[in-house]
Design a protein around this ligand. Sequence first.
Ligand code: ZN
Length: 196
Amino acid sequence: MAESAEEFYARVHALEPLATPSIAQWSVFPWEVRDGALAPRPVSPPAPETSRVGEQDCPACSPDPASLIWRDDLWQVRAMAPSGLPLVLMLEPIEHLDLPHLDDDQAAEWGRLVARVTRIVEGLPNIARCHSGRWGDGAEHLHTWFFARIEGIESTKGSLAIEWDDILPPGPAEIRAADLAEVARKLATHDGHALV
Ligand SMILES: [Zn+2]
């Protein structure tokens, strides 16, 4: 069971003001301080596309076994390193494929798994929503993100939850481990094997 909103607030508020995360230094970070006020950065000039991770020696094709929480013959779910949101998961095909490469059967299975992971995570106590997303600018191997947020914490609503995931300190490790095990157990009631 994830922390309640009250438990989360008490833990984090005691640590404020929080440090600025490294995303503020990323080249794609869209904000800067101009004349003492927050303002958009200038857009970058045209440039050749940079390569993506996995175009050679793909790490997703040989994932860290410690990160895997569930696997069947075609798909795997990994837990990302502890971060500010209570759970951040990644669904990947075991084969080196990107989203446009999926045939109709693989795409149908992807859709079923996205719905299944979302349903399971949103069924955990104290979790209000499980956001999902596929960007694919960083890595070539298809990776679908899932971001869980705590019920009753307005700051982490919507797409900026991803920013808060980098800003907030990780929660209690034992709570996260129990929630990961519950997600894996429930996924395995449909298919595949729980690995935590
Ligand atoms: Zn790969």
